[in-house]
Design a protein around this ligand. Sequence first.
Ligand code: NAP
Length: 287
Amino acid sequence: MTKVMVTGCNGQLGRALKKLYDADPEYSYIGTDVGELDITDLTAVRDYVSGLMPDVIINCAAATNVDGCEKDTDLAYRINAIGPRNLAIAAKSCGAELVHISTDYVFSGETAEAPRNEFDTVGPKSAYGRTKLAGEEFVRAFADKYYIIRTAWLYGEGKNFVKTMLAIAENHDRVSVVDDQLGNPTSAMELARAIYKLVPTGAYGLYHGTCEGICSWADFAEEIFSLAGKNVSVERISSEEYKKRFPESASRPAYSALDNMMFRLGTDIRFAGWKDALREYLVGLVG
Ligand SMILES: NC(=O)c1ccc[n+]([C@@H]2O[C@H](COP(=O)([O-])OP(=O)(O)OC[C@H]3O[C@@H](n4cnc5c(N)ncnc54)[C@H](OP(=O)(O)O)[C@@H]3O)[C@@H](O)[C@H]2O)c1
């Protein structure tokens, strides 16, 4: 039986992974969140991991509030950089494989020639992106057997853009959404399926893992309303206009679409199109 330890298990990705691993008798799933194990505490991480001796550690714990990371950079570095460092050290000492999740925000997104692959140059513009990049670097430096998977625009069980749009639809017939930031909406379940299939391969390294297809936040919002049967019109606004309305918000890449090149070239694992994955998610959510 393969022992899989998941940190940040109460988050969107953690919950999706639990569904998959709990349904497979070949695996024993052990979920931890900050209450059981604070990944920023090296001693606690070492003790927990050496007591459990997992075969695989999947790090879903993160500070994911992009604007919040801007306001408390120290906390963001603790969780997004020191946390994965601690897990990498502990994973190496017990021979476990480490799966670490990162983000499209490691790219600057200033130019929009083509989706970014794993060999493209990074250059984060936000504290969130910088701290997540530092986490990747620590994993590379301290873990032996690791998968780093950069994903984007994630939605699952938890707070996310889809749920925000559905909540707005309850009492508004119009919403303003940014139209000049492009990316890949990705369902947590699709990402969890890819992780579940990737881990047994032993094909370690860096991966981009997002649902297929590119859209803007405004396109995403329109598709949510259309699939959910909500009559809400989307006013398309620029990032500049959004920043005027919310001056404290962090800068986000204009173009952060990812190319799942390493999945495509090195595995037979594929992601669903973003509209199909959204449809599956909404069926589970609103029926
Ligand atoms: N959400 C996105 O759009 C997105 C996009 C690209 C990449 N990603 C990456 O994908 C991964 C999974 O994201 P997600 O959306 O599932 O995240 P999430 O829903 O925000 O879940 C993260 C979990 O980690 C927990 N956590 C925070 N600090 C911790 C600590 N010190 N020790 C242990 N647990 C801690 C959180 O608890 P609290 O809620 O109590 O803080 C939460 O339960 C993350 O690495 C994220 O950076 C996410």
